[in-house]
Design a protein around this ligand. Structure first.
Ligand SMILES: [Zn+2]
Length: 312
């Protein structure tokens, strides 16, 4: 386990790229205060075993750069970081476009293998060429769902692999309302939720523009809605939540493989048995998300998968 002082420093450091010194100090003080109130109990009482991980939710916030996360703009993300593990650095694949990147995130394979190298809905081209976390989950008797804002993501849903696929609308407020309802009512073992807002305003007004940052705030509120539903579902103690993105961006685009900010993404994981307020020093690649999901649900990894589970 991390020491209390180290915990505070790590949390502050994780946000340093997007925070003012005032915010860093406030976060570190908050983390230290929280840790100091829980430390005595941890020293005298053995921690009970973590409940089994039976449910996993993957949230992808389209075009969300990790350096916009801070306690004022994205309080729900920062709260999630305090409750879980955050990768210090995470990247998507070389092809930092929405469909290839999501296909890698949800299959664990690079674009040359998963086959979805284009970036629009082309119904004649069929589906992803490799197993996905949904197809593997279904093969092992688990229930699956996808709530998406962009129709092209349907290429990832192999026939028979997703019990419930819904596109309630484009923006996250509509998508998350349905996803939250469905999680509480149907309790799918594996659910993917896609928010379009940051990407939309990045393309229209530029990444890091005031409009983009407003889109980020919308996305944070949508995440808050989903997390509230999880917390009220009665199965929160058995649910893993992974928050990530398909790409970052700069200017009005995100497809320049020479630009690090186009490929850098957030990667935050909360759930039973996952450390609280910790930083993962390994560099995470988006293909690792699929491998981590399969590992969390104790499902087999397909042969030749590029991703690796990043948390035990
Ligand atoms: Zn995208």
């Amino acid at each position: 386990m991390l020491s209390r002082s180290r915990l505070g420093l790590l949390l502050a450091g994780a946000l340093a790229c997007g925070c003012t010194p005032r915010r860093d100090a406030a976060l570190a003080a908050s983390a230290s205060a929280r840790a100091s109130t829980t430390a005595p109990a941890a020293a005298t009482t053995p921690a009970p075993p973590a409940p089994p991980r039976e449910y996993v939710i993957v949230v992808s916030e389209d075009g969300l750069r990790p350096d916009v996360i801070d306690p004022v703009r994205t309080p729900n993300h920062v709260a999630l970081m305090r409750q879980g593990v955050t990768a210090r650095l995470a990247r998507t694949i070389h092809e930092s476009d929405t469909l290839p990147s999501h296909a890698a995130m949800l299959s664990g394979f690079e674009a040359k293998d998963h086959g979805l190298w284009w970036n629009s809905l082309k119904t004649g081209r069929g589906f992803i060429h490799v197993p996905t976390i949904f197809s593997i989950a279904k093969e092992h008797g688990l229930s699956t769902a996808m709530f998406i804002g962009k129709p092209k993501l349907r290429h990832i849903a192999l026939p028979g692999s997703v019990d419930h696929l819904e596109r309630p609308g484009y923006f996250c407020a509509t998508v998350v309302r349905r996803a939250a309802e469905y999680f509480v009512s149907d309790k799918p073992n594996l659910m993917f939720v896609h928010f379009s807002d940051p990407d939309e305003f990045g393309h229209s007004d530029g990444w890091m523009s005031p409009a983009y940052l407003t889109g980020v705030e919308h996305s944070d509120r949508c995440l808050g809605t989903l997390l509230h539903a999880v917390d009220e579902s009665g199965i929160a103690d058995r649910t893993v939540v992974i928050v990530t993105a398909d790409h970052g961006g700069h200017g009005h685009a995100h497809s320049d493989s020479r630009e690090e900010v186009d490929r850098e993404i957030p990667w935050i994981v909360r759930g039973p048995g996952v450390g609280k307020g910790q930083i993962l020093d390994q560099t995470v690649v988006t293909v690792d998300t699929a491998a981590t999901v399969l590992g969390m649900l104790k499902l087999p990894l397909p042969a030749h998968m590029a991703g690796h589970p990043r948390l035990n």
